[in-house]
Design a protein around this ligand. Structure first.
Ligand SMILES: NC(=O)C1=CN([C@@H]2O[C@H](COP(=O)(O)OP(=O)(O)OC[C@H]3O[C@@H](n4cnc5c(N)ncnc54)[C@H](OP(=O)(O)O)[C@@H]3O)[C@@H](O)[C@H]2O)[C@@H](O)CC1
Ligand SMILES: [K+]
Length: 519
């Protein structure tokens, strides 16, 4: 996949070391980069609100503060009324920038009582150089910015102060920006998990060194709409339902028919030629009544295999439960795959199928999950991780461990299960085994409306349907199909939420799928 720098994601250290080399290669000085960084911030301010607005710029001791000092001078020259709050600069570049501000009569204050009364607040306190949790002046500065954020527009320079730019975790709080202008390249911690609460709108300023910098290999990449277009190409007019794949969905334990219905509907609306729903005998009638296009079969402890033999793709998990029946279904599937000599169909495991996988007895040969896609939310991811790394995580809150570093959790899951993994949550992450997949994909689309009961079941059905329509995908194709499904689901959530995020239900998301799978 070829992508521009605006879609590529790097570790902070890569940016910190790479920007100097890239600047040297082009013949730009660090001072020129700082000037360009400040100019990009001024542009963002001007795009938001014309001069003469009242602007407060809060500068920390390092070069993030340096960007702020340069911005103060540029903004004042552009007609804004600028006040600077700062700690004394400690780097040479920041000291020079402060001197230039003072040479033009600029003043600054070293204590912050309140930041109310400004239209624009600029957070140039700390950027990529954050090394420890905030305390003292820094904690107070972030609190003061956030306290005034309901009446002012907050711009963060490079990284919202307090946010770990690799993991996206606040340390322990961070600036809640309306807009972040990040320098040179997108850092990993700006696009996933809690970062979404702090970064606001994200824009990239390449500072004139983008082409030189992009020679470095990124750690991840944002999912682009072109990917969906590629995998959702127009159908041949002569195609028939046999061409569009047969999805077998194992779902719906007693009392959980709703999850199975949602997954089944999502699969149908995403274009699977046939969807067979294999379910608990007690839920069969209600599911069959709810959606006549589904083929519904009840199964006992032995009845699954004939359906599996017909499948182009399999989904197990929505509303499965964890009782003996559910365990038998998973075990039948695992046994069947172990004995299968031909190519393996892709298998999506979601919800209770993940919880059951996490409960499999330790010490037995681990199942071959080569063609599997595991789709955990953070709590399920935590259970899976504990199941394979119990000694390392004996007493930990595993959901917190996963959220503390989503990239690390994802990598551990992929390595330990040797499967494709999709880690849900804001900024969903997708990865496959390292020997097959070059980089992590990150979906930065979506809406809080997706955090609703049944939303995951919709994603399972959608993903299963896409896999069924592309038989026997290679590992790379599987990776891209998973990302396509995540992107479609995220945008469906955004579209459904246009009528209001609060109160959007999973069926609303299903209703958006058809338009999106026909781009
Ligand atoms: N090089 C360039 O020309 C370009 C640089 N650019 C800009 O530079 C920024 C990076 O600059 P930077 O490396 O100086 O780091 P920065 O984020 O300012 O902080 C370091 C200072 O903060 C301190 N500190 C850390 N944590 C702390 C805490 N919790 N509480 C208190 N203090 C803490 C730390 O102290 P120390 O850990 O050393 O004791 C040190 O003094 C980058 O984000 C971008 O904006 C871009 O414009 C591109 C061009
Ligand atoms: K900042």
């Amino acid at each position: 996949m070829v992508a521009q720098l605006s879609h590529l994601i790097y570790r902070t250290e890569q940016v910190r070391s790479g920007e100097q080399a890239a600047a040297a290669a082009i013949g730009l000085s660090m001072a020129q980069l700082m000037q360009a960084a400040a100019q990009a911030c001024l542009q963002a301010i001007q795009d938001h609100c014309a001069a003469p607005a009242r602007v407060a710029i809060v500068c920390g001791p390092g070069n993030n503060g340096g960007d702020g000092w340069v911005l103060a001078r540029l903004a004042q020259a552009a007609g804004y009324q600028v006040t600077v709050y700062a700690v004394p600069p400690t780097t040479k570049l920041a000291q020079q920038a402060q001197a230039a501000w003072q040479a033009e009569g600029g003043r600054w204050q070293s204590s912050i009582d309140s930041l109310h009364g400004y239209q624009i607040l600029v957070d140039a306190v700390l950027g990529s150089g954050l090394t420890r949790p905030l305390a003292g002046f820094y904690l107070a500065a972030v609190q003061a910015i956030n306290a005034a954020a309901n009446t002012a527009w907050v711009l963060s320079v490079d990284v919202p102060t307090g946010l770990n730019s690799d993991t996206g975790q606040p340390q322990p709080i961070a600036v809640t920006a309306a807009h972040t202008v990040t320098m040179v390249a997108i850092k990993a911690g700006l696009v996933t998990g809690k970062a979404k609460d702090y970064v606001g709108q994200l824009s990239l300023a390449e500072l004139g060194i983008g082409a030189a910098f992009s020679k470095q290999s990124p750690m991840a990449e944002l999912v682009q709409p072109e990917l969906a277009q590629r995998w959702l190409a127009k159908r041949k007019p002569s195609s028939h339902k046999g061409d569009h794949g047969h999805l077998v969905l194992i779902a719906g334990g007693p009392g959980m028919s709703g999850a199975a219905i949602l997954a089944g509907r999502a699969a149908l609306r995403s274009g699977a030629g046939k969807v067979t729903l294999v379910t608990h005998p007690h839920t069969l009638a209600i599911i069959a009544q709810a959606q006549p296009e589904l083929m519904v079969h009840g199964t006992d402890e032995k009845g699954l295999i004939p359906w599996l033999e017909q499948a182009d793709a399999i989904v197990i998990g929505p509303g499965l439960g964890r009782d003996a029946w559910a365990q038998q279904q998973l075990q039948q599937l695992l046994d069947w795959l172990t004995e299968l000599s031909g190519p393996l169909p892709p298998v999506v495991a979601d919800a209770d199928a993940l919880n059951l996988l996490a409960q499999l007895p330790q010490g037995e040969p681990s199942p071959n999950l080569r063609q599997w896609v595991l789709t955990p939310h953070p709590a399920e991811a935590g259970r899976l991780l504990r199941s394979v790394m119990s000694t390392r995580f004996a007493d930990e809150n595993m959901t917190a461990v996963v959220e503390a570093d989503r990239y690390e959790a994802l990598t551990q899951l992929v390595t330990n299960f040797n499967a494709q993994v999709l880690l849900k949550g804001a900024g969903t992450l997708i990865a496959g085994p390292a020997h097959q997949i070059e980089r992590i994909l990150v979906c930065d689309r979506g809406s809080s409306a997706l955090a609703t009961a049944g939303s995951g079941d919709v994603l399972s059905g959608l993903l299963g349907a896409l896999l069924a329509q592309h038989r026997q995908p290679s590992a790379a194709a599987l990776h891209e199909l998973v990302a396509t499904a995540v992107w479609v689901h995220a945008v469906a959530g955004e579209n459904a939420a246009q009528a209001g995020e609060r109160g959007t239900i999973a069926s609303d998301i299903v209703n958006e799928l058809r338009a999106l799978v026909n781009p």
